[in-house]
Write a protein of this length. Structure first.
Length: 314
């Protein structure tokens, strides 16, 4: 018996019937390294669900989702020693990394089937306050799809870096995103009339999109709770069965008549499952009880995580 939760298993992407043209676009991901490909899939998943919560129409949602799939396609031409470097990039390496936006844009523009989705590659690192790249655009010039993909991209990048196995502690990631959504704290009142100051009053992320991300994350946590609870229910049944074996074994050991011993022994045999024996059932019961305790604690922590997220202010 085992249990493993996948953040992105529950996805509305499966509700879309992708045509041959869309499949061509998605197949471009096969040329990326495994980590970047998975990241692109995750960002597309999040983008799709954010769009749905924003009540975007199906056409825009599909378009935005494909843009998100392709947002890091430019990393095909980033040297592996930079792309896969585990340590912090140097300033020079970071400048090379930043070129994946324009490289991705050019890849899309040179391919007629990808051209409609070039915005994902080009705009996903632009920031509302003008601090992003490659162009340093501000809110009025950044397409909505770029603003959505930026938030999904930032969330998944932090989650992947921290290697969460569960959504426990995910509120810390959201707090980082909130900080990137707030305006800079060092704006001088004397600058209030300047264009720079107006942009600086904005954060990097669109707060409406960030709030929508919270809803998606809470959905994921509730789904994780559901999956874990299903596993707990299964464990509970196994523990009940093995506990019954334990009771029969105790009665069998205490029985003085052979027919009574035989009666309880037959009861034990009926309850035993594959690879279980009268010699090892107790250790299996102990493992199940420990697993139940761990998963029960996880559910409690997940509910606490939801409570924290609901209290966060953007």
């Amino acid at each position: 018996m085992s249990f493993e939760f996948d953040f992105y298993d529950k996805t509305s992407l499966k509700s879309y019937n992708l045509d041959e043209s869309m499949r061509y676009q998605l197949n471009m991901l096969d040329n990326l390294d495994a980590y970047t490909r998975k990241h692109c899939e995750n960002v597309a998943n999040l983008t799709c669900r954010i769009c749905e919560y924003l009540h975007c129409n199906k056409g825009f949602t599909e378009y935005c989702t494909i843009c998100a799939y392709l947002h890091d396609i430019g990393k095909l031409f980033i040297p592996p020693e930079i792309l896969q470097k585990p340590d912090k990039l140097t300033d020079e390496e970071y400048e090379v990394m930043k070129t994946h936006t324009t490289i991705g844009y050019n890849i899309c523009m040179k391919d007629l089937k990808l051209r409609p989705y070039a915005a994902g590659a080009y705009y996903h690192h632009e920031a509302l306050n003008g601090s992003g790249y490659p162009q340093g655009l501000t809110k009025k010039d950044i397409p909505y799809e770029g603003q959505i993909i930026r938030v999904a991209d930032e969330y998944d990048a932090i989650v992947s870096k921290r290697q969460y196995k569960s959504h426990i502690g995910i509120s810390d990631t959201l707090k980082i995103i909130i900080e990137n959504t707030k305006p800079a704290q060092n704006i001088q009142k004397s600058d209030a009339l300047s264009v720079i100051s107006e942009n600086a009053k904005l954060g990097k992320n669109n707060p409406i999109i960030v709030k929508t991300l919270f809803k998606v994350v809470i959905d994921d946590i509730e789904y994780e709770i559901y999956c874990t609870q299903s596993y707990l229910d299964e464990l509970k049944g196994e523990i009940k069965r093995l506990t019954q074996i334990l009771k029969y074994k105790e009665k069998m050991d205490k029985a003085k008549k052979e027919k009574d011993k035989a009666y309880y022994y037959e009861g034990i045999k009926v309850l035993l499952k594959d690879n279980e024996t009268i010699e090892n059932y107790a250790s299996i019961l102990d493992e199940y009880q420990k697993a139940y305790k761990i998963r029960k604690s996880m559910i409690d922590n997940l509910y606490h995580e939801i409570k924290i997220i609901k209290s966060l202010k953007v």
